[in-house]
Each structure stands twice: as structure tokens, then as C-alpha cells.
Design a protein around this ligand. Sequence first.
Ligand code: GDP
Length: 445
Amino acid sequence: MASALTDKLSRLVKEMRGQARITESNVQDMLREVRMALLEADVALPVVRDFIARVKEKALGQEVLSSLQPGQVLVSIVNTELAATMGEGVSDINLNAQPPAVILMAGLQGAGKTTTTAKLAKHLIEKRKKKVLTVSGDVYRPAAIEQLKTVTAQAGAEWFPSTPDQKPLDIARGALDYAKRHFFDVLLVDTAGRLAIDEALMREIQDLHGALKPVETLFVVDAMQGQDAINTAKAFKEALPLTGIVLTKLDGDSRGGAALSVRQITGAPIKFAGVSEKLDGLEVFDAQRHAGRVLGMGDIVALVEQVTAGVDMEAAQRLAAKVKSGDGFDLNDFLGQIQQMKQMGGLSSLMDKLPSQMTAKAGQVDMDKAEREIRRKEGIICSMTAKERSKPELIKATRKKRIAMGAGVQVQEVNRLLKEFEQMQDMMKKMKGGGLMKMMKRMGG
Ligand code: GDP
């Protein structure tokens, strides 16, 4: 699904190439694909409608920047708007309260509440140097209390005992009292899971909220839940003043569209993302990155930016002029190109930003090896004299041997580089001056 969208979008981007402005009709085509993608990623329909309307308004009539194609401008608008819908910068846990700061965990059974409670404990201990106590109010499942005990120990926090014959409210009060007397900074309260929205249980968590006055009430929701997440989110929002969302199981193969809906419906910021079953699998939510995932296109915008920012445009133009004027493309220029590749952050960093479908193909290439290769080439050219670099035809057997020794490589490698250079020179001639600029544009499109 992700790759199908990537295909469609890149086709549209290609079709739009060369058009100077984004028009009503090309925007419609593109937005239709985006709309489908959002629905397929399980974003709720009203949320999708709102979103598309906002993007359209922003996109129409936009002048196209000189370095970008219209398709890319649109992709960039979609991406930015997606990220804006899902968050407004990073928001960490709020602990501004008279200690202990109480954090109440709410959500359906199986959403990942207990796991997230321990992950958060670990996060607060390691990143914010807090003294953390956990407690389970889940008196309906003895196994749940035991589970919290186990993971709390793994997280290095303290666990407050509770038993199934107690009332959740009494447990919570007991834990709060203990936390106060023992100077804990944070009390994390795990609550009973619900398989579905259940009124009695909702009332129970409301009572807990009233008694504990938590500084954070976090709604834990499974990213794989898709459309169902909307109803759950609605019910929890009506019952509790949510202060944040934790989106779990983002390591699964869900497209994570739930993030958009849940955020829109609750109005609460997505604070964390669960990315593994392990206790270190909690990440501060990054809306920008998640936007790419929802549309399945990787971080295309960042890629385009990196490609255009990394290139020294002046140098590229000088080079282009040189080839055009017949001055020829020499080894100094070749070296310049190699160095520009390096400036762009190296191959592997570029690969990271490509859509997954493309990276899958490229995955067969050993990136480290490719980068080592670049460094070797650089070494070879640097072992040449200035004269040799500007007049490569001077490089015959003895010179080759000397260069190879200087660079610490075999003569064959020098030969290979010279051959490659000749091919590049040929290509440059054929391109009649477009050179690197043209190649860059091609990459961008
Ligand atoms: P609770 O019923 O809401 O307390 O849910 P649990 O914490 O018991 O989690 C339910 C299941 O989801 C367990 O098997 C967890 O290991 C798993 N789980 C929780 N968070 C994540 C996550 O971010 N990624 C993955 N892959 N699994 C998770």
C-alpha cells in the first residue's frame, strides 16, 4: 500500500515536472491520491476532509521555488501540514506539581498501558533523574498487578503493592500517601484495562482522577487499532481531561493513521510513541517523521532539501559553464563532484531518507563499502600533481605507479578511476553543460 502510493505520487510528480505553477487540476489529482492514502492509513473521514481542504488552500497558486518542481512543492505542503496536524513540536511529560507528580494511565486493555508505565518510569529515571513509584489499580486481573511488579523492577523503579481484594481508590490513596512520605518525585498509576468502553469502569477511572488530581492523564492507544481508535478516543476524552497521548506499537506494520484522528479528536498532544515491547522502546513523538510514514513516502522533503542544500550551486554552475565553453572537464572537477557527494551527508544518510520501497532495493548495496570507495577515489586524485589533474592524458605507466603508491592502492584502481573519469567526461559533453545540476534535478524529481 505504501509503495503503491509512492508510485502514484512519483508519477504525478513527474507529470507535473516543468509546470511552473501548481494549478487547480494538477492539485486535484494529487490530493485525490493523498486522500486515498489517508483513508487507507485509517484516518477518520472527517479528519481527512478537513486536512485536504487545508492543503488545497495552501497549495493553490503557490509559486514554485526555482530549485524545486511543483510536485515536490505539493509533497512538501502535504508533509508539513500532516506534521502540523499531528503535533506542535516536542512535548515531554509535565512534572510541574507539588511532588509526587501523579501520572494516570488510561486506555483499553491490551493497548500497552502496563508496558508504557514501565517505559515511562525508565525514561523519568534515566532522562530526568526522578525517583519513581508505580502502582496498579487493576484489581480485576491479578496477573496485571504481577506484570507491573515485574516490569517496574526491570525499569529500576519502586512498585507499590496492591491486591485484588482492595478497592482501586484505596490502593491509589495508599500509594499517594506512601509516595509523599518517602519523597517520590513521580507516582505512575496503571489502571484497569477495558476490552471495550464500559461505563462502570469509566466511572472508576473518573473517581481515581478526582482523588489523585494527576498532573498528566495519558491516553494510551494502540496504533494498530485504526478506525476503532476514534471511538475509543472519543469515549476517553468525554470521561477524562486528557493531557497527552501515547501511541503504542508503532513498530508494527500499521501506517499510524490513528495518530491523526486521535490527536484531532482529543486535542491532546501525542507525547510518546511505543516502538518495541522492550522497556527502552519509547520515543518522544516526532510528528515530522510520522507524517512521512502515514503517507508512506519516507522523508522525501528532507531528501530534496539535503540534495539542494548540500550542493554548492555556484561551483556546480562554474563547472557547467566550463564544460559548455569547451574548457573541458578535468580531474579537479571530478574530485569536486566526489567532494560534493560527501558534503551531502554521505550516501547512507541519503539512503535513510528515501522511501522504504526505494531503500529496499538499495539495501542490496553495501553503503559502507560505497562510502569507502569514495574516500579511496579522493585519495587517488589527491596523490596526483596539479598538472596531472588538469591534463589527465599525461598519466601514463610510471605516473600511475607513483600515484598508486601515494594513495596506498593498486595500479588497477588508478586505472579504474581514470576509466570512470573518462566516462563521466563523455557524459558531461553529451549533457552540454547541464552536468551536475541536471543530475541533481533528476534525482529530485
Ligand atoms: P495493557 O493491557 O494496556 O496494560 O497492555 P500491556 O502493557 O500488557 O501490553 C499488551 C501487549 O502489547 C504486550 O504483549 C506488550 O508487550 C505489547 N506492547 C506494548 N507496547 C508495545 C509497543 O510499543 N510495541 C510492541 N511491539 N508491543 C507492545
